[in-house]
Design a protein around this ligand. Structure first.
Ligand code: GLN
Ligand code: ZN
Length: 757
């Protein structure tokens, strides 16, 4: 049995990778110094894995931005709007593709499967693919010649690469794969010539719903590889779910297959035991969860590996994490301030590799060599299981009771609409915002002062109150119809609630890469989630006291809190989500009782939690949507519930949105201009729609005419009474002056349309 890794986090223990990148972009670091720092980080990571005893260490998993972008530039897939005339893609072109530059907008970025990592979408059809540079070979030679590490180059396989790319019509998929395969052969042949033994070829798209035609294509592609590369061994690596076409997969003419025995583990194991595994192939067995932050239950893993090795000869098993460790932080070393039972149960990338190695040792030399570690592990996990935070009877009972509750509002929407209109008397096309106002340096500094202890609570509260007051005045002056308090007290829409609810902890250094140099530090949900005290009432009530206009309360929804956190794995995600929903229900009720009768519950990440397989989606949506309703359905008919989703692809999500039963949903429409009308034309949605009429991601101030045009288009297809007018997301990253100007234009445009109606 061998130990293996699929990919190591790039960001570095102290995010030195991020810092180097950002200094370089800011012009504070010369290119040569930047490259030297990157090399050092890359090599440190390899040495670390070697020191941990990992035998098959991945190379070429390191990147300056994103591994899909690396693949695209390897194949010279540089869109025409960027300067490029063949050969290795220069660094500034590479970063321009990732981030845009003065002349050209960046390439599109989107989520990597069901993770919170975002990749740059390769664009076909702009330039024909060529082999511009053999990047995996470079990585392999560096590790071998400088460190004496014989690595396993990692590349994204052709099926997955083309599936995730754009720039071709659906029916051209096969043609594009056929076009790129010879280039893969060239890359792989060079690796073979340089004596590479194994290549890890990542095909996570294999776990999605795959047509018969696609399976034939995959078979054809891998046959081509096998014929062209007689000596090179390919480990076709799948992860994030089980493969539905197991028998065909294991018949592919490759030397190794990697399966995820954690996510989709049950189905993969069932297939393995039912259909066996080819005698001559190596099994990459993903047994340590590459996506969560908890220690493995070693005894259970031991049993799992034993079951696997009843089918596959241990000589031909590589034990490995279930996926790349890119999705977890680097090491728990810095986590010294957490409750003891949590601290002892955490495992980040380094600790996970330790677990892999430990299990390999046990199988190699006998279980007794790791019996001490297994015993300690059992103790640690038991301590967490017995923690009072995981045993809140009341929360668990309330959650259980939801099984027999419908969680529906008493009064149906069409009746609520009239009741609410009578209560609020809003004009046609009411104007509002999504919640946050600019978090200026001043606001961020104030929070720092408070966190460092330089400011007292009173000082900080007074500062926040002053911000609210200023912005209520500004909103009145702009002439908005429904005001917000501005979210100045929140750094982050999930962290803020996590800090105030029971069941969460926050790590000191638990950063993971989200996209490019951007890292996030997700909260950790480790216990039963419980409402403690009102979290947003004070700020909303204060804002309301300053104006005659309605003030909308502002919360983050249960699915978003769940999907943007690291979640305990001893109970189902559904249970955790429903616990959060109950806690939010208490907050919604507290707001209502305090006189806040318009409440927005944001769910920008509801869609992100969608399972990879179509068949699993309905079940997820069922409980995620119900959770939203649990949080929002106990209010009076006159209380208006809003929700917000950015990038929600309204057209294929209408049924789900409708099920939420929110009175108003605000959505992004500004970047999908052309589609707007067609989306609404076929729309059966009768609840309120907040048109996100301008893009908050850009500092550009939209002209009145531009917004007017968009609003007019909307009211031509649906009854005007259905629409609200707002920016497409929160304004927290924008500057003050541009925000005021843009909102003034938005209001002027709305008035112009209103006057014509
Ligand atoms: N209310 C949040 C804000 O305005 C919503 C943010 C989001 O959708 N990502 O910042
Ligand atoms: Zn948003």
């Amino acid at each position: 049995m061998k130990s293996s890794n699929l990919g190591y986090p790039r960001i570095g223990k102290d995010r030195e990778w991020k810092k180097a990148l950002e200094s370089f972009w800011a012009g504070k670091l010369e290119e040569s110094a930047f490259l030297a720092q990157m090399e050092q980080i890359r090599q440190q990571h390899l040495i670390k894995q070697k020191d941990k005893g990992i035998e098959w260490i991945p190379v070429n998993d390191f990147t300056y931005y994103d591994h899909m972008l690396d693949m695209a530039v390897m194949f010279g897939l540089v869109p025409k709007r960027f300067a490029y005339d063949g050969g290795p893609v220069p660094l500034d072109t590479y970063f321009a593709m990732a981030r845009g530059n003065k002349e050209a907008v960046a390439s599109e970025m989107t989520k990597w499967f069901n993770t919170n990592y975002h990749y740059i979408v390769p664009e076909f059809g702009e330039r024909p693919p060529v082999l511009a540079e053999n990047r995996p070979l470079k990585a392999y030679l560096e590790a071998r010649d400088q460190l004496g590490i014989v690595g396993k180059p990692v590349i994204v396989g052709p099926y997955t690469f083309v599936k995730l790319a754009k720039g071709y019509a659906k029916d051209e998929f096969e043609r594009v794969v056929d076009q790129i395969v010879p280039l893969y052969v060239d890359v792989l042949r060079e690796l073979e010539l340089h004596g590479v033994e194994w290549v890890q070829i990542d095909e996570p798209a294999f776990v999605q719903d795959i047509s018969e035609q696609d399976r034939a294509l995959i078979r054809r592609v891998y046959e081509q590889f096998s014929q062209a590369l007689p000596h090179l061994k390919l480990m076709v690596q799948t992860y994030f779910e089980a493969v539905d076409w197991y028998e065909e997969l294991i018949a592919l003419p490759v030397e190794g297959l990697g399966l995820d025995f954690v996510h989709g583990g049950k189905a993969n194991l069932a297939n393995l035991t039912a259909h066996g595994f080819p005698q001559e192939k190596v099994l990459g067995a993903g047994i340590v969860d590459g996506r969560n932050i908890w220690r493995s239950a070693l005894e259970e893993k031991w049993e799992l590996v034993k079951t696997i090795s009843n089918v596959v000869d241990p000589d031909r098993i590589w034990l490995q994490p279930s996926s790349s460790l890119l999705h977890v932080p680097v090491t728990v070393e810095a986590e010294t301030d957490l409750p003891g039972e949590v601290q002892a149960a955490l495992a980040f990338a380094d600790e996970k590799l330790g677990e892999v190695q430990l299990l390999v040792q046990g199988f190699r030399f006998g279980k007794y060599v790791i019996s001490k570690e297994i015993a300690q592990n059992e103790k640690d996990l038991l301590r967490l299981a017995e923690s009072p935070a995981r045993n809140r009877e009341k929360v668990q009972q309330a959650r259980k009771a939801l099984e027999t509750t419908e969680a529906k509002r008493d009064v149906p929407f069409h009746e609520r609409r009239d009741i609410q209109q009578a209560a609020w008397k809003l004009p046609l096309l009411p104007t509002t915002t999504i919640g946050s106002f600019p978090q200026t340096t001043e606001v961020r500094q104030a929070r720092q002062q408070y966190k460092k202890g330089n400011w007292t609570v009173e000082q900080y509260d007074a500062f926040i109150a002053e911000q609210i007051k200023q912005w209520i005045a500004i909103q009145e002056e702009i002439g908005l119809d429904v005001l917000v308090h501005g979210e100045f007290e929140r750094t982050d829409m999930v962290e803020y609630f996590g800090e105030k609810l029971d069941g969460f902890v926050f790590t000191k250094n638990g950063w993971v890469q989200s996209y490019g140099s951007r890292c996030v530090k997700p909260p950790v949900i480790y216990g039963d989630v419980q409402f403690v005290a009102p979290m947003t009432v004070k700020e909303s009530v204060y804002a309301k006291s300053l104006t005659e206009k309605p003030v909308k309360g502002m919360l983050t929804g249960p699915a978003t809190i769940l999907n943007w956190s690291f979640v305990r794995d001893d109970v189902s995600r559904q249970e955790v989500c429903e616990q959060i929903a109950l806690a939010l229900q208490a907050e919604v009720e507290a707001l209502e009782a305090a006189g806040i009768r318009m409440i927005q519950v944001d769910e920008p990440a509801l869609r992100e939690g969608l399972p990879l397989k179509q068949a699993d989606r309905a079940a997820y949506l069922d409980w995620a949507v119900k959770s939203f309703r649990v949080a929002t359905s106990t209010v009076a008919a006159s209380t208006q519930i809003h929700t917000h989703m950015c990038y929600c692809e309204f057209h294929d999500f209408i049924d789900v949105i409708s099920e939420l039963d929110a009175d108003v949903i605000s959505i992004e429409t500004s970047r999908s201009h052309g589609e707007l009308v067609s989306v609404f034309e076929t729309c059966t949605y009768d609840k309120g729609i907040g048109l996100g009429v301008y893009d908050i991601h850009s500092p550009r101030v939209p002209a009145v005419a531009e917004i007017e045009e968009m609003v007019s288009r909307g009211v031509q297809v649906l009854p005007p009474a259905q629409f609200w007018i707002n920016p497409d997301c929160g304004l927290k990253t924008r500057g003050r002056a541009e925000t005021v100007e843009a909102l003034k234009n938005m209001v002027a445009a709305t008035h112009a349309v209103r006057d014509r109606l």
